[in-house]
Write a protein that binds this ligand. Structure first.
Ligand SMILES: [Fe+2]
Ligand SMILES: [Fe+2]
Length: 147
Protein backbone atom coordinates (compact mmCIF):
# COMPACT_ATOMS: atom_id res chain seq x y z
CA UNK A 1 0.00 0.00 0.00
CA UNK A 2 1.36 3.41 -0.95
CA UNK A 3 0.41 6.82 0.40
CA UNK A 4 -2.31 7.47 -2.20
CA UNK A 5 -3.90 4.10 -1.45
CA UNK A 6 -3.71 4.85 2.27
CA UNK A 7 -5.47 8.20 1.75
CA UNK A 8 -8.15 6.52 -0.36
CA UNK A 9 -8.76 3.87 2.32
CA UNK A 10 -8.93 6.47 5.06
CA UNK A 11 -11.45 8.32 2.89
CA UNK A 12 -13.58 5.16 2.74
CA UNK A 13 -13.37 5.03 6.53
CA UNK A 14 -14.45 8.67 6.64
CA UNK A 15 -17.52 7.82 4.54
CA UNK A 16 -18.39 5.16 7.13
CA UNK A 17 -18.00 7.69 9.96
CA UNK A 18 -20.38 10.06 8.13
CA UNK A 19 -22.76 7.15 7.64
CA UNK A 20 -22.66 6.37 11.36
CA UNK A 21 -23.31 9.99 12.31
CA UNK A 22 -26.30 10.19 9.96
CA UNK A 23 -27.66 6.87 11.16
CA UNK A 24 -27.49 7.72 14.88
CA UNK A 25 -28.87 11.22 14.44
CA UNK A 26 -31.65 10.15 12.08
CA UNK A 27 -32.60 7.24 14.34
CA UNK A 28 -32.76 9.59 17.32
CA UNK A 29 -35.55 11.46 15.50
CA UNK A 30 -37.45 8.33 14.49
CA UNK A 31 -37.15 6.02 17.51
CA UNK A 32 -40.48 5.05 19.12
CA UNK A 33 -41.65 3.17 22.19
CA UNK A 34 -41.61 3.34 25.97
CA UNK A 35 -37.90 4.16 26.19
CA UNK A 36 -37.91 6.70 23.38
CA UNK A 37 -36.57 9.47 25.58
CA UNK A 38 -33.51 7.57 26.84
CA UNK A 39 -32.76 5.87 23.53
CA UNK A 40 -33.09 9.11 21.53
CA UNK A 41 -30.75 10.84 23.97
CA UNK A 42 -28.17 8.05 23.70
CA UNK A 43 -28.39 8.10 19.90
CA UNK A 44 -28.00 11.88 19.70
CA UNK A 45 -24.96 11.76 22.01
CA UNK A 46 -23.56 9.04 19.87
CA UNK A 47 -24.04 11.07 16.71
CA UNK A 48 -21.96 13.79 18.39
CA UNK A 49 -19.12 11.35 19.03
CA UNK A 50 -19.24 10.25 15.38
CA UNK A 51 -19.01 13.91 14.40
CA UNK A 52 -15.77 14.03 16.37
CA UNK A 53 -14.49 10.95 14.50
CA UNK A 54 -15.32 12.67 11.20
CA UNK A 55 -13.22 15.67 12.22
CA UNK A 56 -10.36 13.41 13.31
CA UNK A 57 -10.33 11.42 10.07
CA UNK A 58 -10.59 14.54 7.92
CA UNK A 59 -7.62 16.12 9.74
CA UNK A 60 -5.46 13.03 9.21
CA UNK A 61 -6.41 12.90 5.51
CA UNK A 62 -5.55 16.57 5.00
CA UNK A 63 -2.31 16.07 6.95
CA UNK A 64 -1.33 13.31 4.52
CA UNK A 65 -2.01 15.64 1.58
CA UNK A 66 -5.45 14.32 0.62
CA UNK A 67 -8.92 15.86 0.29
CA UNK A 68 -11.58 14.47 2.65
CA UNK A 69 -14.74 13.01 1.13
CA UNK A 70 -18.09 14.40 2.28
CA UNK A 71 -20.53 11.68 1.22
CA UNK A 72 -22.21 8.94 3.21
CA UNK A 73 -23.99 5.67 2.45
CA UNK A 74 -27.76 5.24 2.49
CA UNK A 75 -29.28 4.58 5.88
CA UNK A 76 -32.60 2.90 6.74
CA UNK A 77 -35.60 4.53 8.46
CA UNK A 78 -35.91 2.47 11.64
CA UNK A 79 -38.26 3.21 14.53
CA UNK A 80 -37.90 0.11 16.67
CA UNK A 81 -35.10 0.47 19.26
CA UNK A 82 -34.09 -3.18 18.95
CA UNK A 83 -33.79 -2.90 15.17
CA UNK A 84 -31.83 0.33 15.55
CA UNK A 85 -29.32 -1.34 17.86
CA UNK A 86 -29.09 -4.39 15.60
CA UNK A 87 -28.23 -2.13 12.70
CA UNK A 88 -25.76 -0.19 14.85
CA UNK A 89 -24.11 -3.48 15.83
CA UNK A 90 -23.61 -4.26 12.14
CA UNK A 91 -22.17 -0.80 11.45
CA UNK A 92 -19.76 -0.86 14.38
CA UNK A 93 -18.52 -4.41 13.89
CA UNK A 94 -17.80 -3.61 10.25
CA UNK A 95 -15.59 -0.64 11.13
CA UNK A 96 -13.80 -2.42 14.00
CA UNK A 97 -12.82 -5.15 11.51
CA UNK A 98 -11.83 -2.51 8.93
CA UNK A 99 -9.54 -0.70 11.38
CA UNK A 100 -7.91 -3.92 12.57
CA UNK A 101 -7.34 -4.96 8.97
CA UNK A 102 -6.07 -1.51 7.98
CA UNK A 103 -3.56 -1.52 10.85
CA UNK A 104 -2.19 -4.85 9.61
CA UNK A 105 -1.92 -3.52 6.05
CA UNK A 106 0.04 -0.52 7.30
CA UNK A 107 2.46 -2.70 9.26
CA UNK A 108 2.95 -4.92 6.20
CA UNK A 109 3.45 -2.03 3.79
CA UNK A 110 6.98 -1.37 2.57
CA UNK A 111 6.01 1.68 0.53
CA UNK A 112 4.87 3.99 3.31
CA UNK A 113 7.07 6.53 5.02
CA UNK A 114 7.68 5.27 8.58
CA UNK A 115 6.31 8.44 10.23
CA UNK A 116 3.12 8.34 8.15
CA UNK A 117 2.76 4.63 8.84
CA UNK A 118 3.19 4.88 12.62
CA UNK A 119 1.06 8.02 12.89
CA UNK A 120 -1.87 6.45 11.05
CA UNK A 121 -1.46 3.15 12.86
CA UNK A 122 -1.71 4.88 16.26
CA UNK A 123 -4.62 6.97 15.05
CA UNK A 124 -6.48 3.85 13.93
CA UNK A 125 -5.71 2.19 17.26
CA UNK A 126 -7.66 4.99 18.97
CA UNK A 127 -10.54 4.68 16.53
CA UNK A 128 -10.60 0.92 17.00
CA UNK A 129 -10.74 1.33 20.79
CA UNK A 130 -13.63 3.79 20.50
CA UNK A 131 -15.66 1.73 18.05
CA UNK A 132 -15.05 -1.52 19.91
CA UNK A 133 -16.18 0.13 23.15
CA UNK A 134 -19.37 1.28 21.40
CA UNK A 135 -19.90 -2.13 19.90
CA UNK A 136 -19.63 -3.86 23.28
CA UNK A 137 -22.16 -1.42 24.75
CA UNK A 138 -24.56 -1.98 21.86
CA UNK A 139 -24.25 -5.75 22.35
CA UNK A 140 -25.29 -5.21 26.00
CA UNK A 141 -28.40 -3.32 24.86
CA UNK A 142 -29.30 -6.18 22.57
CA UNK A 143 -29.25 -8.76 25.37
CA UNK A 144 -32.76 -7.64 26.42
CA UNK A 145 -35.71 -6.82 24.29
CA UNK A 146 -36.05 -3.09 24.89
CA UNK A 147 -39.23 -2.53 22.88
FE1 LIG B 1 -19.35 4.36 14.82
FE1 LIG C 1 -16.93 6.38 14.69
Amino acid sequence: MNKLELISRLNNDLVNEYTHMHFYLHSSFLVEGTYRHEVAEWLAEHAASEFKHIQEFAKVIVGLGGVPRTDHKNIPNLTDPHEIFLYAQQLESEVVANYAHRMEEIVDSKELDISDAKYVELFLEDQLLDSRGDLDEIVQFLKRNIK
